[in-house]
Write a protein that binds this ligand. Sequence first.
Ligand SMILES: Cc1cc2nc3c(=O)[nH]c(=O)nc-3n(C[C@H](O)[C@H](O)[C@H](O)COP(=O)(O)OP(=O)(O)OC[C@H]3O[C@@H](n4cnc5c(N)ncnc54)[C@H](O)[C@@H]3O)c2cc1C
Length: 359
Amino acid sequence: MAAPQVDVLIVGGGPVGLAAAIEARLIGLSATIIEPRGGPDSADGGSGSADGGSGSIDKACGEGIMPGAVPALARLGVAPHGHPLRGVSYQSAGRRVDHRFRSGSGLGVRRTELSRALAGRAEELGVGRVADRVDTIEQDGASVTAAGVTGRYLLGADGLHSTVRRLCGLEIAVPQQGRRFGLRRHYAIAPWSDLIEVHWTPLAEAYVTPVSHDLVGIALLGPARTDFDEAIASVPTLASRLAGVAPASTLRGAGPFDQRATRRSFGRVMLVGDASGYVDAITGEGIRVGLAQARAAIECIAAGRPGYYEREWMLRTRDFRVLTAGLVAVATSPLRGAIVPAAVALPRLFGGVVERLAR
Ligand SMILES: Cc1cc2nc3c(=O)[nH]c(=O)nc-3n(C[C@H](O)[C@H](O)[C@H](O)COP(=O)(O)OP(=O)(O)OC[C@H]3O[C@@H](n4cnc5c(N)ncnc54)[C@H](O)[C@@H]3O)c2cc1C
């Protein structure tokens, strides 16, 4: 195989792939991203959104950056524009409990803006970019090649339905029954709260995230074929806020969430972000956890210890996996209807969970 042209080849230019490329450059490694999307047509912003432009990729996401991820982005030299998020509010059938983050704020950030900010920083640091979709990978003891580029290592950062994970035989089949999906749409309306509101309906959770002074995103998490408009209509407080407000983006979906890998590495290939395995968006931590994974993978490569990545991945994602799996288990059980009443009755416990998410 050809000699490596680059230290780290990154498949997927979503937030985690871009963060990994920035981490690589900051530590003195060369990096190239292979990503098929990113042209001016890749975003559908709507009024008030930070729209398109080259490198700006849209995706269904709740767009809530938890407080711990804001300094993690700043460390990379990335400061996207957004709306401060001061805490979390759980609401259902007239009951509500609010918890304000004790230290620091999160940030509601339009996905296209996050992509723009990360891509701009990557470009500034000299990250290479190839517009292509990876469908084969070849590796030997010294290098790995995809889309005609050869690297010393390859990171699969290609999302929930990772081709890299499948090509490396790391995929675990998950039963289809009961799997959860996400939908999102934006509304051109001034935010009415600086909290992330979570409205619990009998089947789905509607996450309301302000992303700018005149734009609010709503992400709906629930079973397959959940009807977005019906779910919103079933929450009177939300329905009345949005009455007569035009949607500012098309409906986008993603899922199923639950994706698993047997392990994170295969030879010179490592998986990061959603590609490495994902549980659910219920705790809004995808970006925070993905940034931690990107950092761990690059640190292991730089230290010449790629074999340590699996252990680091396990350590840095443990809290997320345990809390998210636990919350999903309750949310999909007959106890679902007791979640908000319990949070209202036990505000300190609710606050403790929110503070854990804020880390
Ligand atoms: C409805 C919903 C709500 C969510 N809410 C939140 C939230 O509020 N806060 C939060 O932190 N997280 C949230 N998440 C999770 C978050 O969106 C993900 O964790 C995050 O996008 C993961 O980033 P990534 O870079 O790993 O993958 P992605 O963002 O999926 O990026 C993968 C990239 O790989 C590219 N790609 C795919 N296949 C190939 C290929 N074969 N070759 C080359 N490139 C390829 C794609 O084009 C894409 O750009 C939510 C997710 C959903 C679905």
